[in-house]
Design a protein around this ligand. Structure first.
Ligand SMILES: CC(C)(COP(=O)(O)OP(=O)(O)OC[C@H]1O[C@@H](n2cnc3c(N)ncnc32)[C@H](O)[C@@H]1OP(=O)(O)O)[C@@H](O)C(=O)NCCC(=O)NCCS
Length: 153
């Protein structure tokens, strides 16, 4: 299973991709709220997420760029939550927006949400480009987040 866009290929994570997964999740610029300190932590996390085919590795011509997910919201039934994390060296090329758009196209009639801290201006720009708007605020991992939503069409 894979999703292909103009520049990117998205595939569900597999255990064989631990090195790429760990490089991303140990990058303190990307995982600013608490990067993984050991490959063991990343392995545990990867083993957990591959049980859900909703987490995708994103590559361009084989080069690993980042992660995107579209999963059941932990807060509201019937709502999906969008998330994206890209290696800091790959920012500023439109990859996160392009990958997220590809995931959203698979669920055109769903209500989608995403919690974003108000200081995360890069993520806010992604949200706006994808047609999300702020509908409220919530505590998430003990931080105040804006809750962004894209209405079901
Ligand atoms: C949030 C995050 C994924 C955004 O990444 P990003 O690269 O800034 O976002 P995009 O993919 O939309 O790229 C945007 C930039 O690419 C530029 N760009 C360059 N070439 C482009 C192209 N061919 N097409 C589209 N945009 C292009 C755009 O002009 C835009 O620049 P701007 O943001 O300065 O206006 C990234 O900052 C990240 O991983 N942050 C850490 C993890 C995180 O906070 N995740 C979100 C939690 S809510």
């Amino acid at each position: 299973m894979k999703l292909v866009t103009e520049r990117l290929v998205l595939t569900p994570w597999t255990v064989d991709e631990l090195d790429d997964f760990h490089r991303l999740w140990s990058d303190p610029k990307t995982i600013w709220w608490g990067a993984n300190a050991s490959i063991g932590q990343s392995r545990e996390m990867l083993e957990r997420i591959i049980t859900q085919p909703t987490w995708w590795a994103v590559r361009r011509e084989g080069e690993f760029l980042g992660n995107a997910f579209l999963r059941q919201s932990p807060r509201r039934t019937g709502v999906l939550e969008l998330g994206y994390h890209f290696s800091s060296t790959t920012w500023g090329h439109g990859y996160a927006t392009e990958a997220a758009r590809a995931l959203l196209e698979t669920v055109p009639h769903q209500l989608i949400e995403a919690p974003v801290v108000p200081e995360n201006t890069r993520s806010q720009r992604v949200m706006k480009k994808l047609g999300f708007s702020i509908v409220g605020q919530l505590m998430h991992f003990e931080r105040l987040h804006d809750l962004w939503e894209r209405a079901a069409s």
